[in-house]
Design a protein around this ligand. Structure first.
Ligand SMILES: [Zn+2]
Length: 161
């Protein structure tokens, strides 16, 4: 069998270097996101005796069917670090929540404060007459820079603000 030519060898080495850099950055991001992840794991583990189910996917440890999520998280899912907590029937939000894991890997400990600021801005701009409607609209309005607008970009299929 012939040796690979110099161009092929250089391409393979380049791909290996880029892959190693991506893996390294991903690992550093997960370490940077660790304070949020520890909080998420702490909450997730508490759901297990009450019906929560453990899984892995979407760049996260996933807790499905978390009790009380439907009541306290009107959007159906919450991402804390590299942990996603889903309410009943909320697994359809997995790709959206995966983006939040990447946000956390990028901004680390600033993730929670920036989410609180984004939700507060959204709530302040939300029409009062629409506050009684169920759903996550008031916290995912146009001014929440940590979210996309649910009706605009289809982040929450089937839900209207
Ligand atoms: Zn979101």
């Amino acid at each position: 069998m012939a040796e690979p030519g110099p161009v092929v060898a250089k391409s393979a080495r380049g791909i290996a270097i880029v892959t190693a850099a991506v893996v390294l950055l991903d690992g550093l991001g997960k370490i940077w996101n660790l304070p949020n992840t520890i909080l998420g794991l702490s909450l997730g583990v508490l759901t297990l005796p009450f019906g929560g189910r453990l899984g892995f996917g979407h760049n996260a440890v996933e807790f499905m069917e978390c009790p009380l999520m439907d009541r306290f998280a009107p959007c159906g899912a919450i991402t804390l670090g590299n942990v996603i907590l889903y309410g009943r029937h909320a697994y359809g939000l997995a790709e959206h929540e995966r983006v939040h894991t990447l946000q956390g890997q990028f901004i680390g400990p600033a993730y929670l404060p920036l989410n609180v600021i984004g939700m507060a801005l959204s709530l302040l701009s939300w029409p009062v007459k629409r506050l009684r409607r169920p759903g996550c609209g008031p916290f995912h309005g146009r001014l929440n820079f940590m979210e996309g607008h649910p009706a605009k970009d289809g982040l929450y299929p089937g839900r209207r603000p």
